[in-house]
Design a protein around this ligand. Sequence first.
Ligand code: FE2
Ligand code: FE2
Length: 414
Amino acid sequence: MSEPARFLGTLAQALSGMTLYGDGHPARERGIDAAYQELLDLQREVPQPMFTFLGDEVIFGRQPLRDLRNWDWSARFAEAGIQRLEFEERVSREEFEGFLDQMLARITFADIDTSEARQLGPSSIKFGAVGVRGGAELAVDEVQSTATITFSLGEEVETIRWLHDEVQKRDTLPLAEAEAVVRSLSVAMHGDRQMMLPLLQLKQFDQYTTTHSLNVAVLSMALAEYLGLGAADVRAFGIAGLLHDLGKVKIPIEVLTKAGKLTPDERVLMSRHPVEGARLILESEQELDLAAVVAYEHHIMLNGLGYPQLRFRRKCHEASNLVHVCDVYDALRTTRPYREAWPVERVLPYLEGRAGLEFDPSYVNAFITMMRRWESQVALIADEKTPLPAHLAAAVAGMGAPAPSQSAGPTSTD
Ligand SMILES: [Fe+2]
Ligand SMILES: [Fe+2]
């Protein structure tokens, strides 16, 4: 078992012991001592360990702890509003015990006297809720401040680029890396006390598929979480968002970045990307059937138009309907060779106007409400190497700016 997993094991044992034995009982003290010792051991390797509890999964720093998959306590912590746990260097035994008391109070839903909790003052142990589910308000007062995530999206972008190269060269999708990107994005999104949506801005036209895949993954996960789906489903939607345009790796870059009108042959090539993407996904990984369905269906409209054309009209999968809205949002928000990016104030009414025709109205409505409610949590990242901002207020300004042309240009969302 890994060191971080061992520490969490002793932490859970100490908490169990505390529910059974009162203050000063030797068994209780032994449990606390053991967990404290494990923490000190862990801190020799990692001075400031950080854990994220995403329901069925535990992330240590940015790595999932495989040996703690489906660990009961992770769900228990997450449900008690403890989704992030961070230790600074030099935690005293006394502080550690105080922290365990507070953890226990949360887990057992005992009344916690917040004034007393605050008297504990600045602590070297921070824990709290880091995501907002279903738009519920977070009682920030009661939550000790959580760590600020300051890493950039550089690694994720590089991995997506590499992933696309692999698919192009070898026709196989490296699934572990795709999953790692989604996990890592999920950690980045559960930022500082509240959900955040890091969206990359396109710098070069030839990087569109990379940037767009990342953004659609982020938006799809955000919307799935906003709708109250569980952690595993949220990640499955994230994978589907990440891979929806995978078929584009087979399209020559000149066609993808063409400023003018596509020739009929080029259009045929372009319109094959959903089928091609679904094929690539299924041939590499049968388990990814949801992502394959989404890749296949993400340009099919609610009214049956779009492509590929279905021989018999049928409903698309819910995941396809959800990703479809996120896909068009990001496409319109991005400057393309043939048109400027649209501002949010133009994109949202456009989506609304196409509810019932192109989009499933329930997803459009949820998406619009989410974007309005979480407006201040959208971080537009101009450069993937830039550390994500701690507080996103500054990024809000970017939501409406720059003011691109309002001319009625083509609304191609490829
Ligand atoms: Fe597409
Ligand atoms: Fe797309």
